[in-house]
Ligand binder design. Structure first.
Ligand SMILES: [Zn+2]
Length: 478
């Protein structure tokens, strides 16, 4: 019920008797607040102090570690610097030796100066660096002073200084860079040298392969075995390509190929000569006893060669024709007629250069093309070469042998190319001829062809026996 006794007595007596009580209570409340604030502040101070302490402990640990590191460095830096320098200088020394040997081996092989020059420069730099006297400069390492920022617990970690070997001069990094430079330049030279070796091997392999083809039906398989093996090895290397090449082995194989090709052909050429001399003796011609003379005609075949053939036919006189390959290709029918009449056809190069002025590849080309042209035209493969102008040296001789050709010059120059006069040519030959004469003539000049009938008559009157040039005992001449 509203307005009951319980509502009123509570408020009225209480209101009158507790007038001082709310003030005290309010004051107490304030004290509580102050106390709580003080407590909170205190807690904050404690937490801040703890955090500061932890940070300081960390700072001290770092400082101590740094001091320990610098102290340790001061103790061991010299040893470490010496070890580092020694390792780098050893590597450099080794690289210099390698670079030197690559450079020495490439001499006369790698012609490109743009490849050899950088190696020379890198080696010079590297040697200079290696020979520089090494020093170990000392530097001062400082660990800075640290001041504790806490005003309640001030503290200072003092600055520490140590003299320390800071490394070497020259520095290992400089030596390492020199190693890289030499190695890079060496690699370029070595690569170039491998390519050179392959370029050397290729023509030798082709020569060997040609010899195998040329000789396969003339020489037993046993005699060709070593050459066959060398060619097979060489072809495997050529197929494998540059990266797999060992230049020294490749060059050795090239030399083996060249030597083997040369010796197989030299044997075969000696056999050809023997066989032909035996066949001549069977026909009653023996230049060890007979007064043999060989008429040789150079520079054809030309149209006038046919007239010469008719003369020789009429006189039943054998002759030797040193043909120019270019002319054979132009007049294969005349070349074939020469062989069919029983004369000897020989190689006089493709287009009549002075062989001693050409490089090996060009000489090979001159000889090989002519061999092929004559074989194609006549079915006969020459085994004699007369180098134009008689220009020959050891190298041309070797190249000729490896192409299956013996060199034959002359020992009686009719001077037909100079006089161009049949009477003078005839007189000259008659005056100079002797047993074993190898007479130089040219079917190229009509005046020479005009002189031939009388030259033959003269020789026969003197009991000379006309033979092909290979039958002369001293066929080489001067
Ligand atoms: Zn000539």
């Amino acid at each position: 019920m509203p307005g009951s006794a319980e509502d009123r007595p509570v408020s009225t007596p209480a209101g009158s008797t507790s007038t001082p009580a709310p003030v005290a209570r309010r004051r107490a409340r304030w004290w509580w607040i102050v106390a709580i604030v003080v407590l909170l502040l205190g807690a904050a101070v404690v937490v801040a102090g703890l955090l500061e302490h932890r940070a300081w402990v960390r700072t001290v640990a770092e400082y101590d570690a740094e001091v320990a590191r610098v102290t340790d460095e001061a103790k061991n830096a010299r040893d470490r610097a010496e070890d580092a320098y020694a390792a780098s200088v050893d590597a450099l020394d080794e690289t210099i030796d390698d670079g030197r040997s690559v450079r020495a081996a490439s001499k006369g092989q790698v012609a490109d100066r743009g490849i050899r020059k950088p190696l020379a420069a890198a080696l010079d730099d590297a040697e200079q660096l290696r020979d520089t006297e090494v020093t170990y400069p000392v530097v001062t390492r400082t660990v800075d002073e640290v001041v504790r920022p806490n005003p309640f617990r001030p503290d200072v970690l003092p600055q520490v200084e140590h003299d320390v070997v800071g490394g070497s001069d020259p520095a290992p990094a400089d030596l390492d860079a020199a190693v890289d430079d030499v190695a890079e330049a060496s690699a370029a030279v070595a690569e170039s040298r491998r390519q050179w070796a392959l370029d050397e091997l290729a023509p030798a392999t082709a020569e060997g392969r040609d010899a195998l083809t040329d000789l396969s039906d003339q020489v037993g398989a046993r005699a060709l075995g070593p050459l066959e093996e060398a060619v097979t090895d060489a072809e495997a290397i050529l197929d494998a390509g540059t990266d797999a090449v060992d230049p020294d082995e490749t060059v050795a194989l090239r030399d083996l190929l060249l030597d083997t090709t040369e010796s197989v052909w030299a044997d075969r050429l000696a056999d050809i000569r023997t066989e032909r001399r035996q066949a001549a003796r069977a026909r009653g011609v023996d230049c060890r006893k007979d007064k043999c003379v060989a008429l040789t005609f150079d520079d054809g075949p030309v149209p006038d060669t046919e007239r010469l053939l008719r003369i020789l036919d009429r006189k039943n006189a054998p002759a030797t024709f040193f043909m120019v390959g270019d002319n054979v290709a132009a007049r294969p029918g005349i070349a074939r007629a020469v062989v069919e009449r029983g004369h000897l056809v020989a190689n006089h190069t493709w287009n009549h250069p002075q062989l001693t002025t050409l490089d090996d590849g060009e000489v090979r080309d001159e000889l090989r093309r002519t061999q092929d042209a004559i074989t194609d035209a006549t079915g006969f493969t020459p085994f004699l070469l007369r180098p134009p102008y008689g220009a020959v040296d050891g190298n041309v001789r070797t190249l000729a042998t490896r192409t299956g050709l013996d060199i034959v010059l002359w020992n009686l120059d009719s001077d037909d190319w100079g006089t161009r006069d049949p009477k003078k040519i005839r007189r000259h030959v008659r005056a100079e001829v002797q047993r074993g004469s190898n007479v130089l003539l040219h079917d190229l000049h009509p005046t020479t062809v005009d002189a031939v009938p009388k030259i033959i008559n003269d020789l026969r009157k003197e009991d000379y026996v006309l033979v092909t040039v290979d039958l002369l005992v001293a066929a080489g001449g001067s």
